[in-house]
Design a protein around this ligand. Structure first.
Ligand code: NAD
Length: 507
């Protein structure tokens, strides 16, 4: 039985983080903790009309914020980073309670928020454009990057707060206002993040009202955000199913989108691989966060010369890994988010068996008398070939393992799924490593050598290809998606030469 009283601790954390009780008590939408399955909050949801009103207010905020110099906008994000540092332990704990992450991952998620704030502060002095050679004498051509407008953020349950911060930190230094529709499974952490942001705002002083808002509700509120013409960009993180609905709706009104959708990530273990290293990377990639990361390792191709050395050790790690309450044990694997996730996992395992798969793990781990939480032993499934459920993302800890003998064929199998998020190869052979990273290697947005598929740093651009949606967030030049580019040509001569030698002389 759980010793931690999840409900009492949630209330204490929300009080400490400065979230008004009226915001999460007595409302119409329940939030549950996957740790115990208990209801931990009842939030008041907004209507579609209230959503549109909030977007109008966000648009007014944008009109003022875009005129604030970018380095000053960066100061607000610097203060947000400071407030996050001060609240790291409490917000990390709340993430563990509401999303079911083990303690170090809950804290790691908040660290990621702090890291992106640091990145965005530097970026606020680096929003630069090019100066480009022009063919016309006495002219100058350049690019200017301007704020874009209201940025809508739709986020998934499994990174309940980090995804907001990746978008918020960049959008704010870029001069935009933000409106966030968090997952209906993790709304309390969103309220807490907003309370932290408001403390940064109070210290900043003169930011426009409604610069950042949170809209609590289900997908209907996400749809209202998507359809509102005043939202210039929607950054939507979630399942490919969601992206298939959101993408065309945004395209219909020519709005911009950043789509961060599902993954079906694979690893390849080559004959020369350091197997100890591969084992650790595979274990974290496949079992970490109970298989509920978009970058979770789901498919593993092992060369037949090392299969019998690696796979029995992996199976041992699967049977011995500690599964349990992330709040009071040193368990490495916490709960699945809900019953739906558990049912999806069991369905995939049954389908894998029907395709000839041999399964280790996958069974439910229940504490006596407690059936409201869904803890499972991670499953490792040896498959004769890549077929059936292996081709799809099941958002649960299932690792499908397949033997390979030919490098060209395994590259083909690697890319033969509809998602294209993350990938890795374990090899000490430079030809294999470079080939994997080359134009005809991995077709994913993230391709790694000798590290796993999950656990990206914020400095690189994050996102994937194909049905992962093509969006990029976080580091590198991802900021450009949050701004509009103007090409400017200035004539400082006394003539008016036309480009391409066109003449158009009027009297
Ligand atoms: P989900 O698609 O069920 O929900 C995500 C969000 O989209 C929620 O806020 C939901 O309310 C909203 N939503 C759903 N349908 C909508 C619609 N028609 N219009 C507008 N909004 C809508 O996803 P989930 O179960 O919360 O998260 C798991 C999924 O997210 C997995 O597929 C995972 O791979 C993916 N994910 C991807 C990334 C990435 O960066 N690529 C990161 C995290 C999670």
């Amino acid at each position: 039985m759980t010793k931690v009283d999840v409900k009492t601790e949630t209330a204490a954390l929300l009080d400490k983080l400065g979230v008004a009780r009226a915001a999460w008590q007595g409302g119409d939408m329940a939030s549950f903790s996957p740790v115990s399955g208990e209801e931990i909050g009842k939030l008041k949801t907004v209507s579609a009309a209230e959503t549109n009103k909030a977007i109008d207010a966000a648009h007014e905020a944008f009109k003022a914020w875009r005129l604030v110099p970018a380095p000053k906008r960066g100061e607000l994000v610097r203060l947000l980073g400071e407030e996050l540092r001060a609240s790291k332990a409490d917000l990390g704990r709340l993430v563990s309670i509401e999303a079911g992450k083990i303690t170090s991952e809950g804290l790691g998620e908040v660290q990621e928020m702090i890291d992106i704030c640091d990145f965005a502060v530097g970026l606020s002095r680096q929003l630069y454009g090019l100066t480009i050679a022009t063919e016309r004498p006495g002219h100058r051509m350049m690019e200017t990057w301007h704020p874009l407008g209201v940025v809508g953020i739709i986020s998934a349950f499994n990174f309940p707060v980090a995804v907001w911060s990746w978008n918020a930190a960049l959008a704010l230094v870029a001069g935009n206002s933000i409106v966030w529709k968090p997952s209906e499974k993790t709304p309390l952490t969103a309220l807490a993040s907003q309370a932290i942001f408001e403390r940064a705002l109070a210290r900043f002083g003169d930011a426009p009202a409604n610069l950042s808002q949170v809209l609590i509700g289900d997908r209907a509120i996400g749809e209202a955000l998507v359809d509102n013409h005043k939202v210039a960009l929607v950054s939507a993180t979630g399942s490919t199913r969601m992206g298939k609905e959101v993408g065309p709706r945004l395209a219909k009104r020519f709005a911009r989108s950043i789509l961060e959708l599902g993954g079906n990530n694979a690893g390849i273990v080559c004959p020369s691989a350091d197997l100890d290293m591969a084992l650790r990377a595979i274990a974290f990639g496949a079992m970490g966060t109970a298989g509920q990361r978009c970058t979770t390792l789901r498919r593993l191709f092992v060369h037949d010369s090392v299969y019998d050395q690696l796979v029995p050790r992996l199976k041992k790690a699967y049977t011995s890994v500690s599964v349990g309450n992330p709040l009071e044990t040193s368990a490495l694997v916490g709960p699945l988010v809900d019953k739906q996730a558990f049912d999806g996992m069991q369905k995939a395992i049954a389908a894998a068996k029907a395709e000839g798969g041999s399964v280790t793990g996958g069974e439910r781990v229940t504490e006596a008398g407690k059936d409201t939480a869904y803890y499972v032993k991670p499953a490792i499934v040896e498959m004769p070939k890549q077929a059936g459920p292996v081709l799809e993302e099941t958002f649960a800890p299932i690792l499908y393992v397949m033997k390979y003998s030919d490098f060209e064929a395994v590259l083909e199998d690697h890319n033969a799924v509809s998602a294209g998020l993350s990938s890795s190869i374990f090899t000490l052979n430079v030809q294999e490593a470079e080939r994997f990273l080359s134009a005809d290697g991995s077709d994913c947005g993230i391709a790694n050598v000798n590290i796993g598929t999950s656990g990206a740093e914020i400095g690189g651009a994050f996102g994937g290809e194909k049905e992962t949606g093509g969006g990029r967030e976080s580091g590198s030049d991802a900021w450009k998606a949050y701004m509009r580019r103007a090409t400017n040509t200035v004539n400082y001569s006394k003539a008016l030469p036309l480009a391409q030698g066109v003449s158009f002389d009027i009297e």
